[in-house]
Design a protein around this ligand. Structure first.
Ligand code: C2E
Ligand code: CA
Ligand code: CA
Ligand code: CA
Length: 279
């Protein structure tokens, strides 16, 4: 038994060591990818289903290796957050996305919204309204079309510093959205306290929508709560017509998902926009 325990220990220690190695290696590769400009942006359309028009796009980071394969953001964003690299990556992203979508909007004379993810780690590392204002100025992007997506976790400790940070960001003209809504926490009081404009319902609820009565009840409750708080609701991860239909039946108006489009490189997005109505 003793011998067995020792083997198990060696097994765990080895696999932990392998995980650590993979992290360290990934961080090293990520630094090089930033230096060599191997990071890229894709944009996923968000559709207003009531008017069947393009409401906006979400910018999503992509890391393509020289062999053509992609490393998933689910893998490299956590590494970027832990290493602090997310700070410069995030600033680069907003700059690039504002300039891309500013051009798209002027090309097609439309008012497409731009959503970007802002990690809570960026708050800790100093991203703020002043930096954002400079970017908006440099890119000539209309601040009212910018949507900053944050996660619930940052709102939980009801911190005055977080409140100030968010209010300053809002004062630039940008809007705030809660990402992955419904997955994290149960306290909803922050929706009234903090200057939030939009809720994004997490994909897990949408994929369950047709199979689970509970998900439908939840989505319905979220939509009606958002309605009375004057918040927009965007449903993520709508993949088929059946999900779209049940979502619409529950009052969901804004939709992001493969059913309409996958995240696209900027050229493909421009083509997509040319073939659709935009706001
Ligand atoms: P997210 O912010 O919730 O982004 C939505 C994710 O859902 C994207 O995955 C998108 O491709 C995927 N998605 C959209 N519609 C569908 C659908 O119909 N079906 C399925 N199966 N998936 C769909 P992606 O691009 O792999 O990003 C994963 C996560 O990584 C994001 O989740 C976000 O948390 C993070 N992330 C991506 N880019 C950035 C970034 O630039 N900054 C930060 N901080 N996080 C990012
Ligand atoms: Ca997001
Ligand atoms: Ca999300
Ligand atoms: Ca998500």
């Amino acid at each position: 038994a003793k011998e067995n325990g020792r083997n198990q220990f060696h097994f765990f220690a080895k696999s932990m060591q392998q995980q650590v190695n993979r992290r360290v290696e990934l961080e090293h590769k990520l630094r090089n990818a930033i230096k060599n400009q191997e990071l890229n942006l894709f944009y996923q359309p968000i559709v207003d289903t009531q008017s069947a028009s393009l409401y906006g796009v979400e910018a999503l980071m992509r890391w393509q290796l020289s062999d053509g394969s992609f490393i998933s953001p689910e893998e490299f964003i956590p590494v970027a957050e832990e290493s602090g690299l997310i700070n410069e990556m995030g600033e680069w992203l907003i700059k690039q996305a504002c300039s891309d979508i500013q051009l798209l909007n002027s090309n097609c004379d439309c008012q497409c919204m731009l959503s970007v993810n802002v990690s809570s780690q960026q708050y800790r590392l100093g991203f703020n309204a002043e930096i954002l204002s400079t970017i908006l100025n440099d890119t000539q992007f209309n601040a009212n079309l910018l949507n900053l997506e944050i996660t619930e976790s940052i709102l939980l400790d009801n911190d005055q510093a977080v409140m100030n940070w968010l209010q300053d960001l809002r004062a630039t003209g940008a809007q705030l959205a809660i990402d992955d809504f419904g997955t994290g926490y149960s306290s909803l009081s922050y929706l009234r306290r903090f200057p939030i404009n939009t809720i994004k319902i997490d994909r897990s609820f949408i994929s369950d929508l047709t199979a689970s009565e509970d998900s439908a009840v939840l989505v319905k409750a979220i939509v009606s709560m958002a309605d009375s708080l004057n918040l927009k609701v965007i449903a993520e991860g709508v993949e088929n017509n059946i999900q779209l239909k049940s979502l619409n039946d529950l009052g969901g108006q804004y939709v992001q998902g493969y059913f309409y489009a996958k995240p696209l490189p900027i050229d493909a997005l421009q083509t997509w926009v040319n073939e659709h109505i935009c706001r």
